[in-house]
Ligand binder design. Sequence first.
Ligand code: WQD
Length: 345
Amino acid sequence: MIKQRIIVAGGAGYIGSHVCVELLSGGASLLIIDNFANSHPEAINRIKELAGAKVDLLQADLADPSQRKNIVDTVKRFQPTGGIHLAGLKAVGESVAEPARYYRINMGSALTMAEALEAAGAKMLVFSSSATVYGEENENPVAETGAASPTNPYGRTKYFIECMLKDIAEADPHWRIINLRYFNPVGAHPSGRIGENPNGVPNNLFPYIAQVAVGKREMLNIFGNDYPTKDGTGVRDYIHVCDLAKGHAAALRYLDQQENGCALDMNLGTGAGYSVLEAVAAFKRASNRDIPYAFAPRRDGDVAEIFANAELAENLLDWRAQKSLEDMCADHWRWQSQNPDGYET
Ligand code: WQD
């Protein structure tokens, strides 16, 4: 197999930084494209430190038409073998308030990434999709054949990008594409050197719990305790970000081995669902810190319960999530306690 030369769009972000460390440790060469809108340049230093390898970096905005030519030329010069597209906005609530911005940035950046890879003759792409494409009427565990009915603009951008990439692959069978549908990525690299670094008040459960544990937030509001679930609180399929990163490396290996073109949707989850209260209890055990909470009204757009059928990735990619909820909490806590102000620390 020839040495992988991978473009990682959004490589300085939470998922992206863990994917870069995993790919570098597997011997790949990387060109990271990031505009640092929702990430920090320090993450690039930490990636190089952890991997003991250099990376090429292009600070650019894939959604900015005026930067498109420079991006395409830089990608062509790198002579990639493929790409991973993680760049985009990802806050569900914000997407409801600013839909046009979400469509412009998420769809525009994905299209520029695909066109840059095509111009470089590297028609191999792993796309960072999301379980949000499933909406709320599928039976659990949800398989890739489940109905795609996203209930918010963020989820619709993910679904529309999946469709756009499938249309591109349909028109040109040299394209090999996997849309990875992440369930709930949490945790951090065991070193504590890279992790989730949300701007402002965290939207997601784990970073919020971690900030309560470290004393940055007073208490956790649990959105709804009257759901038809094991304890009334929302149930999700939390997956360790390092397992998720390994899933990306496995997806690239799979695509690299394909003789013919393909465009596949693939869940990355553990197949297990944990409630908010179970996550809080696990985090308390891992951090040995109290996590004060109060029950609050349900959050608009939340589903009661969703967890993955991950058999397709297990069978095709020979990949399976290995880490437990305890690992997720312990690693998330190590990152948070060692970096109380994230990369600003
Ligand atoms: C998990 C559970 C909340 C915060 C979203 C996106 C998804 C992906 C992950 C980008 C739910 C509850 C949360 C809080 C709470 N993002 N909760 N108090 O909504 O399942 O998924 O983030 O890719 O695409 O849809 O994750 O962590 O926000 O919520 O009670 O302060 O925690 O109600 O039950 P979600 P989440």
